[in-house]
Write a protein that binds this ligand. Structure first.
Ligand code: DGL
Length: 259
C-alpha cells in the first residue's frame, strides 16, 4: 500500500523526540511532522479535560498538514486522551504507554519501579494495565520537576541529579530489578539514571515498541511512502526553539509558530 503523506507526532514538548528518533531510524523514507507543545508543558500536572483539549488542538494542526497517522508521543496524552481522539477523528492513532508488561514478565525479584508523570500514574488506562500483574510489586514514583528541567535544557544539572537520587533510592532499597520509564522525556535521562542505579537494574522504555507498531500499522492499514526523493523532517514548537534544536543535535531547522 502506498501513502506518501507524512507521519504526525506530538508531545507536550521536546521529550517525544525520543520516539521520533526511533521512528525515523526504522522508517527513514517517511516524511514526519513533529509538534512540541512546549508552551503548555508539563501536561502531567493538568486535568484530564485539559489534556484532551490540548491533544485535540495538536491533532488538528497535524491533520491540517495532511498527516496519514498520528503518533501520540506522550504517555500522559495517551493515557488520558487516546480514547477520545480515536472516537473523534477518523485517522489511526498510535499511543505510548509505560512498558509494564515486559518488566513484569521478566522480573526475577517480582518488584519493578516506574517513573512517570502524575497524569499517567493517575489515569484509568494505567490502572487497568497495572491491575493485570497482581503478583508483582510495582513501586510508582511521580517524576515531579523532571520534565520542567528537561524543557529548560538542564538535563545534566545538579538539581536533576538530586531529584533522580530522591526518586530512585527507595526503589533500589526495595530491590527492584526493572525500572520502567513511563514518560517520553525520560530516555534523555538514561545516562544520569545509570550512574545512580546498580548494574543489575535494567531500564526500559517504550520507544522501540512504538516505532515497530507504527511500521506495522502503516504497512497493513495506511500505506508507506514510496517517493524516491529524500524524506522531509519538520519540527514545530510554540516556544523558544533552542532546546528542541539541541536535542536534535542542531541537525534540523525548527519552525517557531503559535498553535
Ligand atoms: N512527555 C510526556 C509523557 O510522555 C509528558 C510530560 C509532561 O508534559 O508532563 O508523559
Amino acid at each position: 500500500m502506498i501513502n506518501n503523506n507524512p507521519i504526525g507526532l506530538f508531545d507536550s514538548g521536546i521529550g517525544g523526540t525520543s520516539i521520533w528518533k526511533e521512528i525515523h531510524q526504522l522508517l527513514p523514507n517517511e516524511d514526519t511532522i513533529y509538534l512540541a507543545d512546549s508552551i503548555n508543558a508539563p501536561y502531567g500536572e493538568k486535568s484530564k479535560e485539559e489534556i484532551i483539549h490540548l491533544s485535540c488542538k495538536n491533532t488538528e494542526f497535524l491533520l491540517n498538514q495532511n498527516c496519514k497517522i498520528v503518533v501520540v508521543a506522550c504517555n500522559t496524552a495517551t493515557t488520558n486522551a487516546i480514547k477520545e481522539l480515536r472516537a473523534k477523528y477518523k485517522i489511526p492513532f498510535i499511543g505510548i504507554e509505560p512498558a509494564i508488561k515486559p518488566a513484569a514478565l521478566h522480573s526475577q525479584t517480582h518488584k519493578i519501579g516506574i517513573l512517570a508523570t502524575k497524569g499517567t500514574l493517575n489515569s484509568e488506562l494505567f490502572y487497568k494495565n497495572v491491575e493485570q500483574y497482581q503478583d508483582i510489586q510495582i513501586i510508582e514514583q511521580i517524576g515531579f520537576g523532571l520534565v520542567e528541567l528537561i524543557e529548560n535544557g538542564a538535563i545534566n544539572s545538579k538539581e536533576m541529579n538530586s531529584l533522580l537520587l530522591n526518586y530512585l533510592t527507595p526503589m533500589i532499597n526495595a530491590n527492584i530489578d526493572y525500572l520502567v520509564l513511563g514518560c517520553s522525556h525520560y530516555p534523555y535521562l538514561i545516562p544520569q539514571i545509570q550512574k545512580i542505579l546498580p548494574k543489575n537494574i535494567k531500564i526500559i522504555d517504550s520507544g522501540d515498541a512504538v516505532a515497530k507498531q507504527t511500521k506495522s500499522i502503516l504497512t497493513e492499514k495506511v500505506g508507506l511512502r514510496t517517493n524516491l526523493l529524500k524524506s522531509k523532517q519538520e519540527f514545530y514548537t510554540n516556544t523558544n526553539p533552542k532546546v528542541l534544536a539541541e536535542i536534535l543535535n542542531n541537525q534540523y531547522t525548527i519552525i517557531q509558530k503559535k498553535f
